[in-house]
Write a protein that binds this ligand. Structure first.
Ligand code: IMP
Ligand code: MG
Length: 334
């Protein structure tokens, strides 16, 4: 009987909440044996600073930086060419990839036709990585799994054998991509991605609900969104936030539209993901801009202002008082 212990990192907004940094911290201190990416593909970009060097990974989970077995899970889609480019980049950076990078046999592979269908100006402002068409093919039962590619053979892993035979006492960190507001079911459809960016999405990679120990929900003190819908209100303050917070996409280099945080949406994401630990990033950006605001109700009607960081933080804690979460805040530059 497996005795798995699983912690999940989940984005609570539109992606880019700083999950990579939290992942990095937990991997360093959490005693994990495995790290799994549980959704998405190369639409995600995790920026990781490791031993003074900057790495941007799209596919490969951050466990690889710590000599921890890192698996691209069955909930993911893979661009083979980009996967090997990433392997090369990590190898050149002195990271041991051959013993630590794996791909679940039943993950899906992005085809040339998927990438082509997702190129140019897309309706939703996608990352143009073939992500959506690949998931479409998967659900149409026309996709191709990683196990069909001999070139991937050295990396393939069977999740059942790994976690229920070989390592039934594994301690696993599940690393999510994107966030709740981009989730295929719970996001602002159709302005969403094609995968499940939730704790439930992590479980769908082969982990039973009772294996969950902690769910780390990651948010920013303000919101950002990349895509084609109108998101940023007409206020110069957001240009400042964008600049100070360096709000440009790690994958596409696009400017991220900004808005104040919605505490209503954040509490929805917190509850539906079963968050146990809520992490709010980039408070220092608002501190530098010296402006503290939050939407406190559904929709964008009730905007509260706060005089300073401590008033803002006190209010957020008060807002979440019945949700049984522990709080931590972290600045941009650590
Ligand atoms: P797709 O995932 O490339 O199909 O894009 C769908 C929507 O999700 C677009 O609005 C993208 O900008 C957004 N998106 C996808 N991946 C990320 C991410 O890692 N961070 C932020 N937005 C993302
Ligand atoms: Mg990102």
């Amino acid at each position: 009987m497996a005795n798995l212990a699983v912690d999940v990192i989940v984005g609570l907004q539109h992606g880019d909440e700083g999950k990579g940094k939290v992942t990095h911290h937990l991997l360093k201190h959490g005693g994990y044996t495995h790290c799994i990416r549980y959704n998405g593909g190369c639409n995600a970009g995790h920026t990781i600073y490791h031993e003074g060097e900057k790495f941007v990974t799209h596919h490969i989970p951050a466990g690889v930086f710590f000599g921890i077995k890192s698996i691209i899970g069955p909930g993911c889609v893979i661009d083979i060419h980009k996967f090997f480019a990433e392997i090369k980049m990590l190898k050149e950076g002195g990271i041991d990839v051959y013993n630590n990078v794996f791909i679940a046999k039943n993950a899906h592979v992005i085809q040339g036709t998927h990438a082509a269908a997702d190129s140019g100006e897309t309706r939703l402002g996608t990352t143009r990585t073939g992500n959506g068409p690949c998931y479409s093919a998967k659900y149409a039962r026309e996709g191709k799994r990683a196990s069909e590619y001999t070139i991937l053979e050295p990396f393939l892993i069977d999740m059942y054998e790994e976690f229920y035979y070989r390592h039934p006492d594994a301690s696993v960190l599940c690393e999510g991509a994107q966030g709740f507001a981009l989730d295929i079911d719970w996001g602002d459809y159709p302005f969403v991605t094609s995968s499940h960016c939730t704790t439930a999405g992590a479980m769908a990679n082969g982990f039973p609900p009772r294996s969950i120990r902690k769910v780390y929900g990651v948010a920013k003190a303000y919101e950002t969104y990349v895509g084609s819908k109108e998101f940023q209100p007409d206020d110069k303050v957001f240009e400042k936030i964008q600049e100070i917070g360096q709000e440009f996409g790690a994958t596409t280099g696009r400017k991220r539209q900004c808005d104040w945080v919605s505490l209503y949406d954040l509490s929805k994401a917190t509850q539906m993901n079963g968050v146990t630990d809520l992490i709010i990033n980039k408070l220092d950006v608002l501190h530098e801009v010296d402006s503290w605001k939050a939407y406190v109700d559904a929709g964008k009607y009730s905007l509260f202002s706060f005089r300073n960081m401590s008033e803002f933080c006190d209010y957020v804690e008060y807002y979440f008082k019945d949700m049984n979460v522990s709080f931590s805040a972290s600045p941009h530059h650590i």
